[in-house]
Design a protein around this ligand. Sequence first.
Ligand code: ATP
Ligand code: MG
Length: 402
Amino acid sequence: MKEWRENSGMKNRWPAAYKIIDELEQAGFEAFVVGGAVRDFIRNAAVNDVDITTNATPLEVKALFPHTIDVGIEHGTVLVVLDEPIEVTTYRSETTYSDFRRPDGVTFVRNLKEDLQRRDFTINAMALTKEDELVDYFGGRQAIEEGIIQAVGNPQLRFSEDALRMLRAVRFSAQLNFSLEPHTFEAIRSLHVLITHVSIERVKVELEKIWLSDFSLKGMQLFVDSGLSRIFPGEWDKCLQSWDNFSSYNVKANGWAFFALMQSTEDIDQLLNYYKCSNDEKKHVKNVLQAVRSLVKGTWTADELFHFSEDVLIVSYHYGKSLLSNKINGSLEEFLIRKDTIPIASKKDIVVNGNDIMQWANKKRGAWIKEVLDILTSLIVNGQLKNDRQAIKGWFSHEYLQ
Ligand code: ATP
Ligand code: MG
């Protein structure tokens, strides 16, 4: 066991990061792993990506490694590609902020503490040497032990510099199941209006991270309690507790579908346009809304079971149950079995096509073909016609054309 622990140092755990730090140190620079990777390592959780901070300038970094990619030299970031690409960023502090979102400029600094100081939360403001020694000026480790998200320095100041941090605080709290340190929470409550300076695309990203997290109720509760939700259209505080039953199935659009189900407005499209949802996302939400509506009316018909994908049926059933449980009958398993017994899974499975129908009718191509195929599909789906060439031809000549 002891041996395994010794072997599991940074050299084994993050070999590429280790090599980069080693190389920088040998050239006389300082370098550390920083940010999310340190936080998640201390939490004993899976680490997504490893970032490095160094006192070497971007040009100095580029000179040391044969394969680098410029991703944001003006912000001090170079991507160093060894076995995998790793972001190496020069120690920096941020200058004045005049738009409540982005610094007017960055200044490279030669001191690690200054770099850590500009970071958002104490849990994100630690560094790790290649020997796994923790550099923790702001009590990040203790905050992790206590499960607390606390701004580095004065929270009012930090949220006025960059308003996105308010939403990041809420998002981290949903991802980690941490609470907001009282001064940090109060600062968000008093400054929530500043969130208007953040682009809606960034807001969408953070909301979706909350929905994909393990504690979405916690995130949505804080989003509402902090006042942030009031800045954005939609009834965010309605059915708030229902987020407790929510599962995203790892699909961002499911968060929008669940949100849409809570709304009293008919114009969901307008709402989704505000949040810049894609056409695919809007289509998914529309399908779930339709599927839930039919289920609430009574049941899913064979046509509906055919039309909606299994994924849409599953989330619609669960979301419908958690938001409107008393109005939903039937078991999901039975619905899925019924869907499976439908002879075709898509229109492509029909053994005849538009050309066949054109030939049989001896008529030119036109919108009428789609109409025929739609009727045909429904007959097959409902078991009123066999998916068989002779049977379909017979129906078309003797019934449809009559
Ligand atoms: P995730 O696992 O979500 O990627 P992360 O902590 O790595 O979490 P990133 O957005 O990738 O988050 O940012 C990397 C680091 O940069 C953070 O840990 C934090 O130290 C710093 N940081 C990111 N965004 C901000 C910000 N808006 N203000 C201050 N510091 C920030
Ligand atoms: Mg990250």
